[in-house]
Ligand binder design. Structure first.
Ligand SMILES: [Zn+2]
Length: 477
C-alpha cells in the first residue's frame, strides 16, 4: 500500500509519496490490515475496541473484532493500537466556486472595484484545486457541491478519479427565480440560472442534466410574499423535470413556506435548516415523514458578519484551523486584507452601528438555529453535516470542525454527530452503499484520530491520518 505524508507548509498542502510499504520478503501487497484501533461505525452501532480493518486495494474487505476479521496471510499490517478510526467525513453542502472570502459573493458585498468579478472568476477553478487538499486534510473524503459554474461539473468528475482529492458530486449552476446579474461573467458564464416561468425551469433542468450534473439545486432566498403561487409553480416544474431526468433535486429554502412546499414536492434535501423563526413541530414531523435530509449550516450566516467586520477594519479575521489545512489561495487573500482600497466616493460597506446590530442578531440566530436543529433531531429527521463552505469565512474543509462543534452545542450526542457527518452525508450524495461506514464492501475512506470522537466531536481537532480510496495520508512531517 502506498502511504504518503501530508505536509502543510505555509498552507500549501504537499503530498509526498513515501513509496510502497511492504512486509519484508513480500511483494507490495494489495491487502492491508489496520489493527488495534477502536473502530467507529457510521451507522451508529457500537464501536469495536482492538479492532481489525482489512483493506483490499481501495475497498474495506472486513471491519470488526480480531476474531471476526483475521489478518490475511501476507497482508501488510499497520498497528493503530489506541487510535480511533472512523469513516471519512462528508460535507454535504459546499461551493467550490466560492472563495470563502468576500470577493466570491459580489451580489452581497459592495467591493466591485477592488474585486472585479471577471478577474476573480479567472482564478476560481485554480483556487478550487487547492480546496481539494484542504478537504482531505480536514478528514473530508466526500463533498457535495450544491451550486457553482458549468465548470464545477467537470471539476467534480476529475476529483472523483483521484486518491488525493475527496469524492465530489456537483449540481453545476443553481436555479433560482432571483438570479442577480452580477454573477454573469464577460464570457456569459453564470453561477445561477434565472427562472422566469415553469417552461424555463424545465429547460434549465434539462440543460444541467445534459451537462452531466449529479443533482439539481433550486434556491428561494427570501419568503415568497406575493410570489408564492409563482414560486410553487416553478418548484413543481423543477421537481417534475428532475424526476424525468432521473436526478434528485435539493432546495435552499430557509423560510418555512418554501421549505414545506419543497418537502411536499419531493425534495431530496433542504440545504439549510429553517432560519429566523422556530421550526414548527408539524413541519419537523413532515420533513421526517418524507425522509428529506437537512443540512443545518449553523455557522454560514454568522460568518458573513465576521467577514464584514474584517472588511471594515481591514484586519484579518481569526482562523480556527487546528489541523493546519487552510489552502494557500485563502491565506493569500487574508494576508492581503490590509491592502484593500475602498472605492473612491463609495459609501462605507457598513457602519459600526450596523455591524454591531448584525453581530448581536447573529448570537440570537445561532441559538435559534441550534434549537431548530434539536427540534428536527427529536422529530427523527435525517440530518447531514453541511457547512456551506465557500461563503465568506466558511472555510473549505477546515469549516467542518466549527460546524460539528456548533451541532454538538445544540445537544446532539457526539455518537449521532458521527452518523450525520458520515453515513447520512453518503445518503445525501446517494452513495450510502459505497461509503460513509466501516463495513465490508465500502470504500476505504477513513479518518484516524488520537482521541475518541464518540465522546467529544472536538477529537477531530487532532487528525493523525486520512485515508482516501485505500491511500493513506499521514498528518505532519
Ligand atoms: Zn450554499
Amino acid at each position: 500500500m502506498k502511504s504518503k505524508n501530508l505536509f502543510v507548509l505555509g498552507g500549501l498542502a504537499v503530498f509526498v509519496s513515501l513509496g510502497v510499504l511492504s512486509m519484508s520478503g513480500a511483494q507490495s501487497s494489495a491487502t492491508t490490515a489496520l489493527v488495534g484501533a477502536h473502530l467507529i461505525r457510521g451507522d451508529g452501532s457500537p464501536s469495536v475496541s482492538d479492532g481489525v480493518l482489512v483493506l483490499e486495494g481501495e475497498t474495506i474487505a472486513c471491519a470488526g473484532t480480531r476474531a471476526e476479521c483475521p489478518v490475511p496471510e501476507g497482508a501488510e499490517v499497520l498497528d493503530y493500537s489506541g487510535r480511533y478510526i472512523m469513516p471519512g467525513l462528508v460535507d454535504a453542502h459546499v461551493h467550490f466556486s466560492q472563495t470563502a472570502w468576500i470577493d466570491g459573493r459580489p451580489d452581497v458585498m459592495y467591493l466591485y472595484e477592488n474585486y472585479p468579478y471577471s478577474a476573480v472568476f479567472e482564478g476560481l477553478s485554480e483556487d478550487a484545486e487547492g480546496y481539494l487538499a484542504s478537504y482531505l486534510c480536514s478528514g473530508v473524503t466526500a463533498a457535495l457541491d450544491v451550486g457553482g459554474f458549468a465548470w464545477s461539473i467537470g471539476f467534480a468528475e476529475r476529483a472523483r478519479d483521484r486518491s488525493d482529492a475527496p469524492f465530489v458530486l456537483a449540481s453545476g449552476p443553481l436555479l433560482t427565480p432571483m438570479a442577480p446579474p452580477v454573477y454573469e461573467t464577460e464570457t456569459g458564464e453564470a453561477m445561477m440560472i434565472g427562472l422566469g416561468s415553469p417552461d424555463e425551469a424545465r429547460a434549465a433542468v434539462r440543460q444541467i442534466a445534459g451537462a452531466g450534473a449529479s443533482l439539481v439545486k433550486l434556491a428561494f432566498s427570501t419568503p415568497p410574499g406575493e410570489r408564492e403561487a409563482e414560486w410553487i409553480a416553478l418548484l413543481h416544474a423543477v421537481a417534475d423535470e428532475s424526476h424525468v431526468q432521473g436526478l434528485p433535486f435539493v432546495v435552499h429554502a430557509p423560510e418555512p413556506i418554501m421549505a414545506e412546499a419543497s418537502v411536499r414536492a419531493g425534495a431530496h434535501m433542504l440545504v439549510h435548516n429553517v432560519e429566523g423563526v422556530p421550526v414548527t413541530a408539524e413541519l419537523a414531523v413532515l420533513i421526517a415523514e418524507h425522509g428529506t435530509i437537512v443540512t443545518p449550516t449553523i455557522h454560514a450566516m454568522p460568518n458573513w458578519s465576521r467577514a464584514m467586520r474584517a472588511a471594515i477594519n481591514l484586519t484579518s479575521p481569526d482562523v480556527d484551523d487546528p489541523n493546519g489545512c487552510l489552502d494557500q489561495a485563502t491565506k493569500a487573500r487574508l494576508e492581503g486584507i490590509s491592502e484593500i482600497v475602498k472605492p473612491e466616493g463609495a459609501p462605507p460597506i457598513m457602519n459600526e452601528q450596523q455591524i454591531a446590530f448584525m453581530e448581536a442578531r447573529d448570537q440570537v440566530a445561532i441559538g435559534l438555529s441550534q434549537a431548530n436543529l434539536r427540534a428536527l433531531y427529536d422529530a427523527g429527521v435525517t440530518i447531514a453535516l453541511g457547512t456551506d463552505a465557500g461563503n465568506p469565512l466558511t472555510w473549505h474543509g477546515v469549516g467542518v470542525i466549527a460546524e460539528l462543534e456548533a451541532m454538538q452545542q445544540a445537544g446532539i450526542p457526539a455518537r449521532d454527530l458521527i452518523t450525520m457527518a458520515t453515513l447520512n452525508g453518503a445518503r445525501a450524495m446517494g452513495g450510502a452503499d459505497e461509503f460513509g461506514d466501516l463495513a465490508s464492501g465500502m470504500r476505504a475512506d477513513l479518518v484516524i484520530l488520537a482521541a475518541d470522537p464518540t465522546t467529544d466531536i472536538s477529537a477531530l481537532r487532532s487528525i493523525e491520518g486520512v485515508m482516501r480510496r485505500g491511500e493513506l495520508f499521514r498528518m505532519g512531517g
